[in-house]
Ligand binder design. Structure first.
Ligand code: URA
Length: 186
């Protein structure tokens, strides 16, 4: 099996879709390689492409705030990655062929990290990893088991920045994720 380091190197060489042409950096993932909980966003934006790290822009700051409130931190106990490793131009939604071309990297990351819980951050990740008609507004915070891993979803921080009334729901979700993890670790 690959290590995250060898997978990272393969990802840097990847030309499986057109997005490699305009990337500054791949955005592979950050955090604890032994994390029990993995957060999956959609795709890198401009800041992420420039820095090579997920969720470092305005929505990343809000995500960190929500995580930190329940004691999750990318420096300690979680891992964060995206469905796509390269930035789509002008931050448009990832195309189905781009998601298909990139997904094997994420699947290998999940295999290597072997988390107890995978949290889809926003609709794109939830529809790719949980079910294709997933509705964040009605299904956030619910758990579905797949191959021994619990999958769940919450609001994307960029959506919360557009509609701040969603923030308390995301805060409740984070509490739920923390509680579920404690329950699973007993
Ligand atoms: N939005 C995402 O979904 N992922 C990032 O890394 C940044 C913004």
């Amino acid at each position: 099996m690959n290590t995250l380091d060898s997978l990272y190197k393969q990802c840097q060489e990847c030309k499986a879709c057109e997005l490699y042409k305009e990337r500054t950096n791949i955005v592979f993932g950050v955090g604890n390689q032994n994390a029990d909980i993995l957060f999956i966003g959609e795709a890198p934006g401009e800041n992420e492409d420039l820095q090579g790290m997920p969720f470092v822009g305005r929505s990343g700051k809000l995500l960190d705030e929500l995580l930190n409130e329940v004691g999750f931190s990318r420096d300690e106990n979680i891992y964060i990655a995206n469905i796509l490793k390269c930035r789509p131009p002008k931050n448009r939604d990832p195309k189905p062929n781009e998601q298909e071309a990139c997904l094997h990297f994420l699947m290998e990351q999940i295999d290597i990290i072997n988390p107890k819980i995978v949290v889809c951050v926003g609709r794109i990740a939830a529809q790719k990893l949980i079910s294709k008609d997933f509705k964040v507004t009605s299904q956030h915070g619910t758990f579905v088991e797949k191959n021994g891993i619990l999958f769940t979803a919450t609001y994307h921080p960029a959506a919360i920045l557009r509609n701040i009334h969603q923030k308390p729901y995301a805060q409740e979700d984070m509490k739920k994720f923390k509680e579920k993890l404690l329950e699973l670790s007993k």
